[in-house]
Design a binder for this molecule. Sequence first.
Ligand code: HEC
Length: 267
Amino acid sequence: MALTTTWLAACAGNGDGLDANGRPIGPGDPGGTPLTADFRSIQDHVFTPICTVCHAGASAPHGLRLDAANSYDLLVGVPSQEQPGLMRVKPGDPGSSYLVQKLEGRASVGARMPLGGPYLDQATINVIRQWIIDGAQRSPAAAARSAFAIHAVMPAPGDVLDEAPSQVVVSFTRELDRTRLDPSIIHLERISPDAGTSASMSFDLAVPEANPATLILTPRSTLQTGRYRLRVAEIGLADISGAPLAGTSSAVDAPITLTTFEVRSVP
Ligand code: HEC
């Protein structure tokens, strides 16, 4: 990848990884802009050029996709799979954020990230720490999106997974109204291959306090091989201002399909 090569070249010429102003050179260094402690900058300098080599698509380790469309919703307020007692990113608390522990090589499970190195220099990690200290906000541009709509679903429609996902994550462009959230409006179904009939899977439902625009479904038992569909009765979804999903009519209780994915058996 061209960006990674640039980074390696930059590092070779400057062991500290700092630019002339003493600011960390972002590893990706898009357009020569310095890395700053905001989510967009971290995405462009670190997650996209370095992490998505592995953390993307259906085979992303632990379902952690770090591409621009998914990373925020799968990091902030979401429990780590390796260490479920810790959030991947806990706003205000970098030391207890599993992401930081993985980057600094302090995690109790698995390897230091990026797996196999080269590792991020401490100056770069400190910028990520600062973003977390500042509350781990989404970039202002994203927060300004107006309509209440679905932002991303993981697993994404059409995904074929080699491993059962331990979570299904739906993120929205605005905060959800938790008081109106009724688990019975959400259906995770296993579609039988022949008759087109489906069986409902039971799950626990959570809206992380740190990221209230995200809905996390945790199946109570491992999803077996097969095809799955996630549907929601749109009438039950509203943002904190009471607005229904954009483009839907709150008068019609027709279920909408959020994603359909497959878990396949690995020979
Ligand atoms: C070469 C492939 C590869 C690259 C590049 C990589 N990772 Fe990983 N990552 C993995 C694998 C495999 C695991 C699971 C095994 C382990 O933790 O050692 C993992 C696990 C993780 C976890 C733990 C997830 C959880 O829910 O517990 C985090 C956090 C993480 N990676 C962050 C990153 C970040 C941030 C980057 C970029 C700076 C990155 N990784 C780059 C392969 C990679």
